[in-house]
Design a protein around this ligand. Structure first.
Ligand code: ADP
Ligand code: MG
Length: 551
């Protein structure tokens, strides 16, 4: 009977499990694994740093609904990729990291790039295991896929030693594994569904918070039906944006702080009361706020705030349960209430506060003026990647999302440097959509060499770097001989020239009057393109009632 080697068996197993993309960097001992993946019909994207490759893998997992793979060399390659493993785990997104490893028969001998990879991966993963027999590869791949995908999604790690990769086994000895189906959708306790609706009915100042758990569970149709039926005010978490359109009349995102602080009932839909939501605690939330919590992870229930009602189950299925239960009720949240009026007034006040900055045509420009043109230009179906401090925070409010899973950013872990990896993943998995990445100059720099990856695969990503010459704020050009402050980057650095040098298109737009036409020009370009926009280094956000990270 025919034999098969470890590399080919890994590729075949991944493909059979619905892993269609592999991001990584080849070298010892995984060179053959990438080639075998290509032979098996997996799209292999060779990148420039494992960190960016691991970011790309989990963004691809989130966008496609199946875990995708990252492939690295042993030792340092695996260590670099832990950045993405940790980020995937924190975001609750699936991915499989396949780490090449030194041969088992050299364990403990000081082998080339020998490292205790499984032990090190374990805290960042739902599942981490070494493959110790070539014949059992399909079993481990199935375990990695199921663990990463089922329940609350997360990261999986497979250690793939050189001798297992090169090992040959007879096909008859291969341990077969079933294809892991899509996750079974779990339902909430029907009594809790009724209770949740009764609590919402009793609210004076209700607020729904829609998080990325709903985006992951593809619940957008059900959530829309629920909101249309109940007419409740809602706001979206940073990546919950787009499940409902940001410009939906029920959205109170423009009055976020007030909505959080004064709501008497909060319905958390696939969102966590972590730092992003100020832990659900005073002074950012009302002391006696009543919480309804929908989450797939039982162990998330009650973290920081004990909910009055827990809906444990799959977001899409549970929202459907709510919608069905609503057919037996007359209630909906009335059109005219004091609460709606309060939120509306606050939203208008906030819009007024930023209007002078939006209208300010002076050069160098400020964030709001730049985002005015970007928002005006952004196609509705664009996947938007945003990262950087002010660039991300202001961009989140100024660039509207109207579709689910069309926004990627620094996420739960607050990771800077994810942008180029995410943009590559979005472009590879969604070749028909515009991919727009808006980054600060610092955020861009973490993975800047991935521009070459974009050129090599001709990925038509449109990059906009809002360049204030600093981490957070900048100071403008530095006098010679002056000590360089820790947060300062070169003001006016020509990042677009890097992309030009590598074969893409770059534009430097120093006068905001030229921004709109430049945006049109890069969209026309068939390939990666960047607009580098120098900002007034002192440009910032509108004054905030609460400072960053205040509780
Ligand atoms: P956000 O940043 O949008 O608030 P988080 O990542 O903090 O989102 O929270 C998302 C929550 O969604 C997590 O607690 C996770 O357990 C939950 N979740 C993941 N998948 C599902 C699903 N299929 N159905 C419901 N909840 C889910
Ligand atoms: Mg900056």
């Amino acid at each position: 009977m025919a034999t098969i080697n470890g590399a080919a068996l890994m590729a075949r197993s991944l493909k059979e499990q619905g892993v269609d993309y592999m991001f990584g960097i080849v070298g010892f001992p995984v060179q053959g694994v990438a080639s075998a993946a290509q032979d098996a019909g997996i799209e292999f994207i060779g990148m420039r740093n494992e960190q960016a490759a691991s970011y790309a893998a989990h963004a691809a997992g989130y966008l496609t609904g199946r875990p995708q793979a990252c492939l690295t060399v042993s030792g340092p390659g695996v260590i670099h990729a832990f950045a993405g493993l940790a980020n995937a785990q924190q975001n609750c997104w699936p991915m499989i990291l396949i780490g090449g490893a030194s041969p088992i028969y050299q364990n403990g001998m000081g082998a080339f790039q020998e490292e205790r990879q499984v032990e090190l991966a374990t805290p960042y993963c739902k599942y981490a295991h070494a493959i110790e027999h070539t014949s059992r590869i399909p079993f481990y791949v199935a375990e990695a896929v199921r663990n990463s995908l089922y329940g609350r999604p997360g990261a999986a790690y497979l250690d793939f030693p050189d001798d297992i990769i090169r090992g040959e086994v007879d096909e008859s000895e291969v341990v077969s594994a079933n294809r892991v189906g899509d996750p079974p959708r779990t339902l909430a306790d029907p009594e809790a569904v009724e209770e949740a609706l009764s609590v919402l009915e009793s609210a004076e100042r209700p607020l729904v918070i829609v998080g990325k758990g709903m985006a992951w569970s593809r619940a957008e149709d059900e959530v829309r039906a629920f909101m249309e039926r109940t007419q409740l005010p809602f706001l979206a978490s940073p990546m919950g944006k787009g499940i409902l359109p940001d410009d939906d009349p029920l959205s109170v995102g423009a009055a976020r702080s007030t909505a959080l602080r004064e709501a008497d009932v909060v319905f958390l839909m696939g969102a966590r009361l972590n730092w992003i939501m100020h832990f659900g605690l005073p002074p950012r939330f009302s002391e006696n706020v009543r919480v309804i919590q929908l989450d797939i992870a039982q162990e998330e229930i009650g973290r920081n705030v004990a909910p009055e009602v827990a809906l444990v189950g799959d977001g899409k299925a549970v929202t459907q349960q709510l919608n069905t239960a609503l057919t037996n009720r007359q209630w909906f949240y009335p059109a005219e209430t004091e609460w709606r009026a309060t939120l509306q007034a606050k939203a208008s006040e906030n819009a007024e506060a930023v209007k002078p900055m939006i209208d300010d045509d002076s050069s160098p420009t400020n964030y709001y003026r730049a985002f005015r043109d970007i928002e005006d230009w952004l196609p509705d179906d664009a996947i938007i990647i945003g990262e950087g401090a002010n660039t991300m925070d202001i961009g989140r409010t100024q660039m509207l999302n109207r579709r689910a899973r069309h926004r990627l950013d620094a996420g739960t872990y607050g990771t800077m440097g994810v942008g180029l990896g995410f943009a590559i993943a979005a472009a590879v998995t969604n070749p028909d959509k515009p991919i727009v990445s808006v980054q600060g100059d610092s955020a861009f720099g973490f993975s800047g060499m991935e521009l070459e990856t974009m050129v090599r695969y001709n990925l038509p990503v449109k990059l906009i770097v809002l360049n204030n010459g600093g981490i957070g704020g900048g100071v403008g050009p530095l006098e010679k001989g002056r000590r360089v402050p820790p947060n300062i980057l070169t003001y006016g650095a020509r990042y677009e020239g890097m992309l030009e040098a590598l074969g893409g298109k770059g534009m430097y737009v120093s006068d905001p009057a030229d921004l709109r036409s430049a945006l049109d020009e890069v969209m026309e370009h068939d390939g990666p393109a960047m607009i580098n926009v120098p900002l007034n280094p002192r440009a910032g956000r509108k004054p905030q009632k609460f400072g960053w990270l205040t509780t």
